[in-house]
Write a protein that binds this ligand. Structure first.
Ligand code: SF4
Length: 64
């Protein structure tokens, strides 16, 4: 079981905070939306910090 972050782009206010905190995990795609990079391992605590600071509260964990 692996935990990956999921962004609800409908709620995202494009503050850039998650990219600043975890540039290896979050990036902006060509449409201007936040995207989660496909990684074999995700830095759990750094992502949790990004989730905590997200002003739109639009990031959650998904277990896959
Ligand atoms: S921190 Fe939240 S609101 Fe800000 S860009 Fe990331 S997903 Fe969007």
């Amino acid at each position: 079981m692996k935990r990956i972050p999921v962004v609800d782009i409908a709620e995202c206010v494009d503050c850039g905070g998650c990219i600043e905190l975890c540039p290896e995990v979050f990036k902006k795609n060509e449409m201007g939306y936040i995207e989660v990079v496909a990684l074999s391992k995700y830095p759990q605590s750094a992502i949790q910090e990004a989730i905590n600071i997200c002003p739109a509260d639009c990031m959650t964990w998904e277990e896959v």
